[in-house]
Write a protein that binds this ligand. Structure first.
Ligand SMILES: [Zn+2]
Length: 423
């Protein structure tokens, strides 16, 4: 959320406690996004008076969320106080259910990794209960590490490669997993209750929506209007408009993987023919680049290892690998041009597995945008390679889990100390 929005919301409410907590959240966000700085500058940049900011910084220090140090005297005036975010006392957990892998990360308030786990699975042959049991095992391991690190857990957000109804918090449909109407939240909560003393709040969201959250950058105007293409076995996507991920009426926006691009093409996991993901998903790339008995097609292999093998082959200029990457890149650009003509984004982010192979995919994407976008200079749209790659969804999940702390830091005092405690 942008600072201006919070200011508006704060001034519209009359409850002094709510004003106080929202202002504390504003200071925390500002420190997280802009780094440490003097208390005076922090006040200026957040639009608070120096006295109000000083009082709130003291409260945040009491909660263990910031530290203050003497920054030395400025001229003949009083010594300046330098404020720094202290992230270690609280963390958010992000988890991801994808067709060929599970991943979990715990990030502290400053964005540092406290725990990280990944596991290759064959999500199409495992029943949902089996997948959720494996996932909950990884989440429990992350909670144990958070406890060891002394961090309270603000929440757990599970990303799923499929449609998630934001109102009911159920997975409506995940075509590549073969899931329909699965209550992930209830299942994970029940399983965790067997292993931890107090279960932190659990939410579920679309994994590409979470990936887009990780890609937001308030300091980069070109990312305020952005399309995120999240390459996995299929293709996830999210549209960012005015600095926010646009969820659509029911949370189902961004299902760009099922844009019909090739009416005479391949059958998609959703039952339709010629969806965009049938030509750009990891499955399509592996089919073009490898033989059926190639070990990198094995979903039990770690995703990073499989991608590293493809990168190695591309670096060695293996003809088949390069031709497959050019073909996928061209299809990626063909579909991206539809979105760029529709939305005129400042940035198209190549995320997920596209980021790992971005060096080889980006030229073909840019060539298609130059040819297929009506506006001059391809609409001025920049094609960026995600810095987070396939970890963006879990990072975004962890950030979403931390949102309640940033909205109301005083609620931190209510988090049970044993949130991360194992039975
Ligand atoms: Zn489809």
């Amino acid at each position: 959320m942008r600072d201006a929005d919070i200011t508006v919301r704060v001034s519209a409410t009359a409850d002094p406690a709510a004003v106080r907590s929202a202002r504390m959240g504003l200071l925390l966000r500002s420190l997280r996004d802009g780094g440490p700085r003097s208390r005076g500058r922090l006040a200026e940049e957040t639009g608070l008076t120096r006295t109000v900011a000083a009082g709130l910084v003291d409260e945040l220090a009491e909660l263990g969320l910031v530290s203050c140090e003497d920054a030395g005297r400025r001229g003949a005036g009083r010594p300046g106080v330098r404020v720094r975010l202290v992230g270690r006392s609280v963390c958010g957990v992000g988890a991801e259910i994808n067709v060929d892998h599970l991943a979990v990360v715990a990030l502290d308030l400053a964005g540092s990794v406290i725990a990280e786990f990944r596991l290759g699975i064959d999500g199409r042959s495992l029943p949902p209960e089996g997948v959720l049991a494996e996932l909950t095992g990884l989440v429990a391991d992350a909670l144990a590490e958070a406890r060891t690190a002394g961090a309270a857990v603000a929440g757990i957000t599970v990303g799923v490669a499929g449609l998630v109804d934001t109102a009911t918090q159920r997975v409506t449909l995940a075509p590549n997993l073969g899931w329909r109407e699965i209550d992930v939240v209830e299942d994970v909560r029940r399983r965790l209750a067997d292993v931890v003393v107090a279960v932190p709040p659990v939410r579920v969201a679309n994994e590409a929506t979470l990936a887009a959250t990780a890609e937001l950058d308030p300091a980069d105007a070109d990312r305020a209007d952005m399309v995120v293409l999240y390459g996995e076995v299929g293709l996830g996507g999210a549209v960012v408009s005015g600095g926010r991920v646009a969820p659509g009426r029911h949370g189902w926006a961004g299902e760009i993987g099922h844009l019909p691009v090739d009416p005479r093409g391949r059958l998609c996991g959703c039952g339709r023919t010629g969806c965009w993901e049938t030509v750009v998903g990891l499955r399509a790339l592996l089919e073009a680049a490898t033989d059926p008995d190639d070990p990198i097609r094995d979903p039990a292999l770690n995703l990073e290892e499989r991608l590293a093998t493809l990168v190695e082959r591309a670096r060695l200029a293996d003809g088949r690998t390069l031709a497959a990457l050019d073909e996928v890149g061209t299809w990626l650009g063909t579909g991206a041009a539809v979105l760029v003509n529709t939305l005129n984004p400042g940035t198209v982010v190549l995320g997920g597995y596209f980021a790992t192979l971005g060096e080889w995919l980006r030229p073909a994407v840019e060539a298609r945008l130059a040819a297929d976008v009506l506006a001059p200079r391809a609409g001025g749209t920049r094609v960026a390679i995600s810095a987070f790659g396939p970890t963006a969804a879990v990072r975004g999940g962890a950030l979403v889990s931390l949102e309640p702390v940033l909205s109301d830091p005083t609620a931190l005092a209510d988090l049970p100390e044993l949130h991360g405690g194992t039975r």
